[in-house]
Design a protein around this ligand. Structure first.
Ligand code: PEP
Ligand code: MN
Length: 263
């Protein structure tokens, strides 16, 4: 179902009036984690001013260490809904397990499946049944084929609103957090009709690399970008080193939208 052989025309996903895959670049911007009402509302306003159509922010955070900040959970979802109300931005936020799908779906416009859950097949089936668009991140060590098969789990439940998200894969390189695989954008769009979003924040782990990789992703044909931005990255509770500050974010948005127009 995910293959272009099955469906030659590119899928366009309508998220409450915002089209993903329709030819206009979409940007999902915001902090890694929802940390407080003030932090999120400030980030949302900056995101909107820069031209993003989506606000991102995790209310449930899958952290490497159990001692790291795990997210505000329902309170975080409430703040996301309030930020949507305030800015008109659509909300994309992660759901980490089957038991919280219904709760996250109450608030989110797009359900994000994180890299660590790409092969959590019960979760994929659950979001397939939730009737909301899904952003499916590529697994930390997943091949393109495994990623498309994961999408297949969602589609096979009758939910065709799936966006693929390249967010870097684990390689032997240690300078960057992950190795952003931009060839996967071209490959996924050739093999599949689904829209492809690129996340250069997790893809590199370094804020100075985010802008150039975002530009390269647009040049490679990405339908969208997911970018971490924090009002004050130095105080971020997660992923500060890869979060753009507001100034860097504004500059990048001007650049990516003008590149997208040019293409
Ligand atoms: C995130 O988007 O905040 C996140 C946890 O991403 P990933 O699943 O790609 O690591
Ligand atoms: Mn993050």
């Amino acid at each position: 179902l995910a293959s272009r052989q099955f469906r030659p025309a590119s899928t366009v996903i309508d998220v409450g009036g915002v089209e993903v895959g329709g030819g206009r670049l979409v940007v999902m911007a915001g902090p890694c984690a929802v940390e407080s009402r003030a932090q999120l509302l400030e980030a949302a306003e900056i995101a909107r001013e820069g031209g993003a159509q989506f606000l991102r922010g995790g209310a449930f955070k899958p952290r490497t260490s159990p001692y790291s900040f795990q997210g505000l959970e329902r309170q975080g979802l409430e703040y996301l809904a309030e930020a949507r109300e305030a800015t008109g931005l659509k909300i994309v936020t992660e759901v980490v397990d089957v038991t919280s799908v219904a709760m996250v779906a109450e608030y989110a416009d797009v359900l994000q499946i994180g890299a660590r859950n790409m092969q959590n097949f019960k979760l994929l089936q659950a979001v397939g049944q939730a009737g909301k668009p899904v952003l499916l991140k590529r697994g930390i060590a997943a091949t393109i084929s495994e990623w498309l098969h994961a999408a297949e789990y969602i589609l096979s439940e009758g939910n065709y609103q799936v966006m693929l998200c390249e967010r870097g894969i684990r390689t032997f390189e240690e300078y960057t957090r992950n190795t952003l695989d931009l060839s996967a954008v071209v490959a996924a769009k050739k093999l599949s009709h689904l829209p492809v979003v690129v996340d250069p924040s997790h893809g590199t782990g370094r804020r100075e690399l985010v802008g150039p990789m975002a530009m390269a992703a647009v040049a490679a044909g990405a339908d969208g970008l997911m970018v971490e931005m924090h009002p004050n990255p130095a105080t971020a509770l997660s992923d500060g080193p890869q979060s753009l500050n507001p100034e860097q974010y504004r500059e990048l948005m001007a650049a990516v939208f003008s590149l997208a127009d040019f293409l």
